[in-house]
Design a protein around this ligand. Structure first.
Ligand code: SAJ
Length: 420
């Protein structure tokens, strides 16, 4: 059955909500984008993305030129509501669902019979049901799932976790397959009508808790695989072997596909989501927990490597190349490279030159350290005794090999390996 979706209210104009809102608007849907931050609302209404993501500016310009996307501080009535707010963890690593609760409270007064509410935020198992119950409490005049006996429902609720990779979002948003976890089959069908507007990938229907766990499992799988690579990097360092060479050759086996070691695992997804599984089943997750610990320990290992080499110099100058959480993005959230520079800065034993072609200046927390300064890449390399390659930005491939060969190089990225 087809459901007409003419207006969509997207709550949360962050890394996921904004590209999704702009994509829907570019397909002719009337989109109201909602954010609690007035600066975000202003930027979006001016057609300007406030973070960098390839092709997002073009998409947003198209959406605002067509006058299909409008940003506001509060939700407005619509056919569909899409919630894409952050789900961080608390200090004890238990999931924090405050933003989802706030979004539910803001959306509830706008709901009407025939609406669908879709939760896109990565969430622990049970969150979609919790959202539906909260909405049902706030709107006793409407029928919500999971009360199957109340079918036909007034408001349908589903979980459709986002899957896009920062740096390739605009393409992946359209091309990736999506999982739709409906609280009932009718809920999944209503949600599917929204994604069918722009999706080229396939839609797979399931129930809400399965969809919730699938999303967490995807990121935990990647975390465990990267932890394996990071553990190999420690073993290879002890054995004096080149880990990238070992992995490249092992991956020639048709059933082996090891990911790459690095400075650690950063970002707001892979370093966070596995904890939601651990919190739900603490006794059943020794592997997932250990993987998290292995990845979290990697920056400390790199700092120790730098320190050990720095001991040879009287007043060592260390060039730290890369500060973002992964290559070719400008996002430093949970960045292992940032953690490494933070540790070096705090100890104050070395002069640290930071270069990152994707950033304009040092983040505020580093700017206060007298021993840390922001530099152009080549200048940093030329002035350094030790070069620590922390993020595999494509620009770093252009560093002349002979410049590196004259210095002590600590390569957490494999860039010097692929250069060879
Ligand atoms: N990393 C490695 N080695 C690798 C791959 C990545 O050390 O071989 C590191 C990166 O440098 C970075 C971290 O892992 O620090 C995470 O980077 P990523 O590119 O693997 O993932 P994210 O966090 O940018 O996006 C992930 C994606 N999930 C999966 O690939 C399973 C994305 O599809 C999700 O939508 C996103 O999380 C999310 O929002 O959950």
């Amino acid at each position: 059955m087809e459901y007409a979706v003419k207006t969509v209210c997207v709550v949360g104009l962050g890394y996921i909500g904004l590209p999704t809102a702009a994509t829907l608007a570019s397909r002719g849907v009337e989109v109201i984008g909602v954010d609690v931050n007035p600066q975000v609302v202003e930027a979006v209404n001016a057609g300007q993305p406030y973070f960098s993501e390839p092709d997002l500016d073009m998409l947003l310009r198209a959406a605002t030129t067509l006058r299909k996307l409008r940003a506001a501080l509060q939700p407005e009535p619509a056919d569909a509501f899409l919630i894409a707010v952050p789900t961080p963890f608390n200090e004890d690593r238990s999931p924090n669902l405050d933003f989802i609760d706030m979004a539910a409270d803001a959306v509830a007064p706008c709901l009407a019979s025939g609406n669908v509410v879709i939760l896109e935020s990565t969430s622990p198992v049970g969150t979609t049901e919790r959202l539906a119950s909260r909405l049902a409490r706030l709107r006793p005049d409407l029928r919500f799932p999971p009360e199957r006996h109340l079918e036909p429902l007034d408001v349908h609720v589903a979980h459709c976790p986002e899957r896009v990779l920062p740096g390739r979002m605009v393409r992946e948003l359209i091309e990736n397959d999506r999982i739709i976890g409906g609280m009932t089959e009718a809920c999944a069908e209503h949600a599917a009508a929204v994604y069918s507007i722009f999706l080229q990938g396939k839609l797979f229907h399931t129930d809400a808790p399965t969809a919730e766990l699938v999303k967490l499992v995807e990121n935990a799988y990647r975390d465990v695989n990267i932890a394996f690579a990071n553990e190999l990097s420690l073993i290879c360092a002890d054995l004096g072997l080149n880990v990238w060479n070992v992995i490249e050759l092992a991956n020639r086996h048709p059933r082996v596909s090891i990911l790459q070691p690095g400075a650690g695992v950063g970002g707001h997804c892979i370093a966070v989501d596995p904890w939601f599984i651990i919190a739900a089943a603490p006794e059943r997750t020794p592997l997932i927990r250990t993987a998290r610990e292995v990845n979290d320990a990697k920056p400390k290992f790199i700092v120790a490597q730098i320190r050990e080499r720095a001991g040879r110099f009287k007043r060592p100058v260390v060039a730290c190349l890369g500060l973002t959480y992964k290559p070719d993005v400008d996002d430093t959230r949970e960045s292992p490279a940032l953690a490494i520079v933070r540790q070096l800065a705090g100890a104050g034993k070395e002069r640290v030159l930071v270069a990152d072609p994707n950033l304009r200046a040092l983040p505020r927390e580093l700017a206060a350290f007298p021993n840390v300064s922001f530099c152009d890449t080549f200048e940093a390399v030329r002035s350094a005794d030790i070069v620590a390659l922390l993020v595999a930005h494509s620009r770093f491939r252009k560093i002349p090999r002979e410049e590196l060969m004259r210095r002590v190089v600590i390569d957490a990225t494999g860039l010097t390996h692929t250069q060879g």
